[in-house]
Design a protein around this ligand. Structure first.
Ligand SMILES: O=P(O)(O)OC[C@H]1O[C@H](OP(=O)(O)OP(=O)(O)O)[C@H](O)[C@@H]1O
Ligand code: HPA
Ligand SMILES: [Mg+2]
Length: 180
C-alpha cells in the first residue's frame, strides 16, 4: 500500500501536533459548555477519535454518514444521507468533525440539515481545507492544514474505498488512477 504513494503531505507527527493545537483551541472556546461532536463518516473517523481525546471539556459524540464521491476522485454533485445522527440537536452546540472540505457540498448540506433542526450553534473542525476545490461557499472554523488542489488519501481519506488506514496523508501515484 505504501508503494502506491507518490509523496507524503502530512506525517503522523504533523497530524498529532495539529490535533493538539486544535483540541486546545476548542477546549478554550467551549469552556463550560458540552458540545455535541458529530463525526462525518467515513473519512473523519480517525481525526474525530484523535481530536476528542485532545479536548479537556465535556462532550457528547454522534456520527452521521454521508457520501458523494462513491470512492472516486470527483464529487458526484449530490450528497446522499446514509446514516443519520441519534441525538436531538435542538438548542445544542454542534461541532462537525471532517477530514477534508473540498467542493464544500457535503458541509453545506450538513450545516443546513442541522440548522433546520434548531441547533443553537454549528461549527466545523476539519483536518484539511482545499480552498481551490470550492464550488459552494462554506467555511470551516477550525482548520489543521490548507492543502493544495490534489486528491489526497490516508488517515481516513479513501480512493476506491482503500488507503483509509494509512497513518499519514499523501498523494497517490498517477498510475493508480489510470489503472482503474
Ligand atoms: O467538500 P466535498 O467536495 O463535499 O468533499 C468532502 C467530503 O468528501 C469526502 O467524503 P465522501 O463523500 O468521499 O465519503 P467518505 O467520507 O465515506 O469517503 C470527505 O470525507 C468529506 O466528507
Ligand atoms: O482529496 C480528497 N481525497 C479523498 N477524498 C476526498 N473527498 C473530497 N476530496 C477528497
Ligand atoms: Mg471518500
Amino acid at each position: 500500500m505504501n508503494n502506491d504513494i507518490l509523496k507524503t503531505l502530512y506525517s503522523e507527527e504533523d497530524i498529532k501536533q495539529a490535533c493538539k493545537k486544535l483540541g486546545k483551541q476548542i477546549s478554550e472556546d467551549y469552556k463550560g459548555k458540552t458540545p455535541i461532536i458529530i463525526g462525518v463518516l467515513k473519512g473523519a473517523i480517525f481525526f474525530m477519535t484523535d481530536m476528542v481525546r485532545e479536548m479537556d471539556i465535556y462532550t457528547k459524540l454522534d456520527f452521521i454518514d454521508v457520501s458523494s464521491y462513491n470512492g472516486g476522485t470527483k464529487s458526484s454533485g449530490s450528497v446522499k444521507l446514509i446514516k443519520d445522527i441519534d441525538i436531538d440537536v435542538n438548542g445544542q452546540d454542534i461541532i462537525f468533525m471532517e477530514d477534508i472540505i473540498d467542493t464544500g457540498r457535503t458541509l453545506k448540506y450538513l450545516k443546513e440539515l442541522l440548522a433546520d433542526r434548531g441547533a443553537n450553534s454549528i461549527k466545523v473542525c476539519t483536518l484539511m481545507d482545499k480552498p481551490e476545490g470550492r464550488v459552494v461557499e462554506v467555511k470551516a472554523d477550525y482548520v489543521g492544514f490548507e492543502v493544495p488542489n490534489e486528491f489526497v488519501v490516508g488517515y481516513g481519506l479513501d480512493y476506491d474505498g482503500k488507503y483509509r488506514n494509512l497513518p499519514y496523508v499523501g498523494v497517490l501515484k498517477p498510475k493508480i488512477y489510470s489503472d482503474q
